[in-house]
Design a protein around this ligand. Structure first.
Ligand code: NDP
Length: 245
């Protein structure tokens, strides 16, 4: 297996903003070959251009993680461009929090589709290749919300608990070949809170997020997990703002 980050082929979903974008910048500086996916093509293009301008290597492909074919095509693009897939960062996600009584069932379904099914499609798109290579690394973005349940966050927390369970399952079944890292950020300043449609919930969350840390803090954690030697598997990282209760 390849060691470190240099020349590793790394797919990032939801790379068009926030943690995905910050992680792409960090990994590009460390010499990775990046394959960037998300829905907003203008953002992906700008990110690719910025990375290439700074001497990094990256391609992008529009990929909605709720569409299995598009996720498969993203993985295929990685293999066509670079011949292998070393790491998948399952990062795409959304957080439209609301009290259950509001029955925002469409938003519940969206969270299940993106935060859980998207992660499963990502896994399915890389697992056979990683088995062929006898090496691979899957990094899933769970959350502190995958460890504790917050008010108005039951469904979001349910999706992030699911992600944590998947990370552990991947760790167990990955055996000696596939590393599994579950990343659990606390409050991080990104566009994530903009997905909250309930005004009162948004107000509370925005107050909490006044202490939010920069997305680069999570990018550094992801770099740490990837750069470990192949026989070291960083399974779980929780990264909170020091101020977060
Ligand atoms: P952002 O909203 O800034 O980024 C989310 C990314 O996901 C965007 O690039 C968006 O791109 C992408 N995305 C959303 N829906 C889809 C879709 N259907 N298909 C493909 N991509 C999609 O939020 P963050 O960077 O904060 O979130 C990244 C991950 O980190 C999420 O899984 C989130 O739950 C998790 N997390 C974040 C925390 C925080 O405080 N920020 C805390 C704990 C966990 P586009 O719209 O272009 O498709």
């Amino acid at each position: 297996a390849k060691q470190g980050i240099q020349d590793k082929v790394i797919i990032i979903t939801g790379a068009s903003s926030g943690l995905g974008e910050a992680t792409a910048h960090r990994l590009a500086k460390a010499g990775a070959k990046l394959v960037l996916g998300a829905r907003r093509e203008d953002r992906l293009q700008a990110l690719r251009d910025a990375i290439v301008d700074q001497g990094g290597e990256a391609i992008y492909r529009v990929a909605d993680v709720t569409d299995r074919d598009q996720v498969e095509a993203l993985a295929q693009a990685a293999k066509e461009a670079y011949g292998r897939i070393d790491v998948l960062v399952n990062n795409a996600g959304l957080m439209p929090l609301s009290p259950l009584d509001q029955l925002k069932v469409d938003e519940w379904e969206q969270m299940v589709d993106v935060n859980i099914k998207g992660v499963l499609y990502g896994l399915a798109s890389v697992l056979p290749t990683m088995r062929e290579q006898h090496a691979g690394h899957i990094i899933n973005l769970s959350s502190v919300a995958g460890h504790v349940v917050f008010p108005s966050a039951a469904v979001y927390c349910a999706t992030k608990y699911a992600v944590k369970a998947l990370s552990e399952g991947i760790r167990q079944e990955g055996g000696e070949e596939i590393r599994s890292t579950n990343i659990s950020p606390g409050a991080v300043s990104t566009e994530l809170t903009q997905t909250i449609s309930d005004a009162e919930t948004a107000k509370g969350v925005n107050e909490l997020y006044e202490m939010a840390i920069d997305a680069d803090a999570i990018a550094r954690a992801i770099v740490y997990a990837i750069e470990q030697p192949a026989d070291v598997d960083v399974n779980e990282l929780i990264i909170r703002p020091t101020k977060q209760p």
